[in-house]
Design a protein around this ligand. Structure first.
Ligand SMILES: Cc1cc2nc3c(=O)[nH]c(=O)nc-3n(C[C@H](O)[C@H](O)[C@H](O)COP(=O)(O)OP(=O)(O)OC[C@H]3O[C@@H](n4cnc5c(N)ncnc54)[C@H](O)[C@@H]3O)c2cc1C
Length: 430
């Protein structure tokens, strides 16, 4: 029997198999009241809830499936500095100060995760060390620029450019001509992080409901959020459904497109192998749009992921789609068994900058992290909490960026994205 990749419980992933706990929150029943009602129980929703609960707000989180059921419980686990892809392009809209603020927030975002793990003692295998791997001279030039701007800013963590002869100290593959080591970024078990944050939010008074899909929102001075069996009226509503939001709120639905990304996990690798292939246990990404991303788990499996599906159709076999990519990087893994495969939906935005804003004064949203969301969701959670508490300056830097609605209506959007990605894959060749 084929187990559905997007099953109603957690995907049958390595993460689900190694989760610290199984959540069993009630579904919402009857009419309830809160200061803030949050739709979606991934990193966006849960980190917003935690930030607000820390500030003393009464918060209700409504999750359609299970806490961290979406991308947050399925991703590659790579915690990487930076938000979006090149804030410079928005200089006309948000000014030089805005561009610099986003740069700083891209670094703060990683610190938020590190501090949260520390403060709430969340057992999520957080490991520092990340390598941006270059396959072309163009990538090396871009990484040199990153290195210069980070050191110019006074980045507090070790950074080092590696040339081809030094790559083997980080990754045992012939694919790369160099890259950038960043000891401030790293990797973690994302499902356990999100579950730990949910427990922390709950301990501070937040209420979480599972199997509570929001079907409708009635806007007004005190908006009301409806599920099949209940409702929540609140001063504020926050929408954090991201790639899974569907058509709940048409004003934002067309700005975020779901795109499938897939991961395979090998059996635990023998010490002789993982110490040669991944000697410093770093998270690794290459620089292509359709990139490979991989890392070791705590029990030394290789978790190898990639974006391979923009059409909305799942591959018939994730292992068949991903294993050749893995073997291209590490031919030595030919005889190694794949124990797990899974996938999830990334929320893609047209300009690849996370979307933060208000659709009403009291209805805020955060979405579209374009595959780089572990850190950014945590920054957005803090910014939404700041805005609700009356300090919207940083929120408004992001809210000032315009985001195009993908053309084509809901039936044509995915085929258009697929065509667009073919263009980017073509550009990756140069
Ligand atoms: C395979 C994969 C690999 C990735 N790898 C990385 C990586 O290595 N590093 C990185 O930084 N980022 C990565 N990402 C991206 C990252 O996982 C996301 O940006 C991040 O998790 C988004 O969090 P979120 O809370 O906004 O969305 P999600 O985690 O998708 O959560 C949205 C939640 O909202 C719920 N929901 C939707 N509609 C409703 C409704 N009407 N009512 C109630 N609930 C609703 C959904 O059920 C879902 O649980 C990856 C993503 C995928 C899919």
């Amino acid at each position: 029997m084929k187990i559905p990749v997007h099953s109603a419980n957690h995907a049958p992933s390595y993460y689900a198999a190694t989760a610290n706990r199984q959540t069993d929150y009630q579904s919402l029943q009857g009419d309830q009241s809160a200061d803030v009602c949050i739709v979606g129980g991934g990193f966006t929703g849960v980190s917003t809830a935690l930030n607000l609960a820390e500030r003393g707000y009464k918060v209700i989180v409504l999750e359609a499936h299970k806490i961290s059921w979406g991308a947050s419980g399925r991703n590659g686990g790579q915690l990487i500095r930076g938000i979006g892809h090149g804030a410079d392009q928005f200089r006309n809209e948000i000014g030089t100060e805005g561009v610099e603020a986003i740069f700083r927030m891209g670094l703060e975002a990683v610190e938020i995760v590190r501090n949260t793990v520390d403060r709430y003692q969340i057992d999520c295998d957080l490991t520092l060390g990340y390598f941006d791997a270059a396959t072309k001279p163009r990538h090396m030039r871009e990484l040199e620029e990153d290195y210069e701007s980070l050191t110019g800013y006074g980045y507090p963590h070790e950074l080092k450019m590696l040339d081809r002869s030094e790559v083997a100290s980080v990754v045992g593959s012939d694919m790369y001509i160099g890259g950038l080591v960043d000891m401030g970024s790293g990797h973690l078990h994302p499902l356990n992080l999100c579950l730990g944050e949910a427990a922390a939010a709950e301990s501070m008074g937040a209420q979480l409901f599972e199997h509570s899909a929001v079907t409708r929102i009635k806007h007004g001075t005190r908006p009301v959020v409806y599920t099949e069996q209940g409702s929540v009226n609140a001063d504020f509503v926050v929408l954090g459904g991201n790639a899974y939001i569907g058509n709940l709120e048409p004003r934002i639905a067309g700005k975020v497109l779901p795109a499938g990304s897939y991961v395979i996990a090998t059996e635990p690798l023998p010490e002789t192998l993982h110490s040669r292939l991944m000697p410093r246990n770093m998270a690794i990404c290459d620089q292509r749009v359709a990139l490979d991303y991989y890392r070791l788990s705590a029990d030394k499996r290789l978790l190898f992921g990639g974006m391979c599906n923009y059409s909305g159709r799942e591959p018939a076999s994730i292992t068949a789609a991903m294993r050749p990519k893995m073997l291209k990087v590490f031919p030595e893994l030919e005889s190694i068994t794949i124990d797990y495969e899974w996938g999830g939906n990334i929320g893609i935005g047209a300009n690849r900058m996370p979307q933060l804003g208000r659709i009403e004064n009291n209805v805020l949203f955060a979405q579209a992290y374009s595959g780089h969301g572990i850190n950014a969701t945590h920054m957005m959670g803090r910014l939404v909490a700041e805005a609700i508490s009356g300090q919207a300056e940083r929120f408004d830097v992001f809210a000032g960026i315009k985001h195009m609605t993908f053309p084509g209506g809901k039936h044509l959007r995915s085929p258009l994205l697929a065509a667009g990605m073919l263009y980017y894959r073509f550009m990756d060749l140069f």
